[in-house]
Design a protein around this ligand. Structure first.
Ligand SMILES: Nc1ncnc2c1ncn2[C@@H]1O[C@H](COP(=O)(O)OP(=O)(O)O)[C@@H](O)[C@H]1O
Ligand SMILES: CC(C)(COP(=O)(O)O)[C@@H](O)C(=O)NCCC(=O)O
Ligand SMILES: [K+]
Length: 230
């Protein structure tokens, strides 16, 4: 069985694949990475991390098996048209590489994780770059940490009303509808630059926002499925 590991700044996603199929998924808070143990019957680990300080731990834990830590050099099916290829998050490149296989091109890929990122892959499979915005979870934390009066809120579902009649409801509404507007505004601007692009959303918050964002496809497993191609 193959284990695909997507190490983000908030969570580590694990995908177990056999015969090309995603059999099981789980996740671990990134802060708890030391709880990871290599499960039995894994013959290959494909690893994509944007948290370099924990990479030695995984290299050590996975050493009994075939461990493949991905870098931009492993990405062969798209061309990366950026001056500093090394600095780009491998999660973004893996998403673009896999999405090209699953959905063709051109593409606009939106990943709603710790950061909210937009990546553009043009018709000719050239990765053009994109945008990096603060993510929903960061906004939630920072509003609390950097103010005296705002509480730490949860955002688990769509707020029923745009206009909140309490502090907590106003914060939920601001974050939810604010992010929907950010995504729709930037997606519309990117569609102007890349005509006929399919817009794909992935990442932890993609399903939460699904009904209010103007995307063609929501694929929460995009990163894991893309890792399985290596
Ligand atoms: N299935 C889910 N449904 C709703 N929110 C989720 C889900 N999975 C993760 N999240 C939330 O989405 C945020 C970003 O998650 P994730 O995409 O794992 O981020 P990262 O890749 O940066 O670690 C997290 O703060 C988490 O609370
Ligand atoms: C932009 C990111 C922080 C997103 O990470 P995530 O939200 O998945 O934890 C990550 O892809 C990263 O650290 N990128 C390096 C800079 C770049 O992609 O240009
Ligand atoms: K991610």
């Amino acid at each position: 069985m193959k284990l695909c590991l997507d190490v983000g700044n908030t969570s580590i996603s694990l995908g177990f694949f056999a015969d090309g199929r995603l059999l099981q998924k789980s996740s671990l808070p990134t802060a708890d990475y030391r709880k990871f143990r290599l499960p039995p019957q894994i013959d290959k680990v494909v690893y994509a991390s944007v948290v370099p300080h924990i990479d030695p731990y995984f290299a050590h834990r996975c050493s009994p098996t075939n461990f493949l830590p991905l870098t931009y050099k492993h990405i062969k099916n798209i061309r990366i048209a950026l001056p500093q290829k090394k600095e780009i998050g491998i999660d973004r490149l893996v998403n673009a590489s896999g999405a090209a296989v699953f959905y063709g091109s051109p593409l606009i890929i939106i990943d709603l994780g710790t950061a909210t990122t937009f990546c553009v892959l043009d018709q000719k499979l050239v990765y053009q770059g994109g945008l990096i915005c603060p993510g929903i979870n960061l906004t939630r934390l920072v509003l609390h940490e950097k103010t005296a009066k705002l509480p730490l809120i949860e955002l688990k579902s769509k707020p029923p009303r745009l206009i909140g009649n309490s502090t907590v409801k106003a914060m939920r509404s601001g974050i939810y509808y604010g992010y929907a507007a950010l995504i729709n505004g930037l997606a519309a601007a990117l569609r102007q630059e890349v005509p006929r692009a399919k817009v794909i959303a992935t990442g932890g918050y993609a399903e939460l926002l699904a009904q209010d964002i103007d995307t063609d496809i929501i694929d929460t497993d995009l990163t894991l499925k893309s890792l399985n191609l290596f």
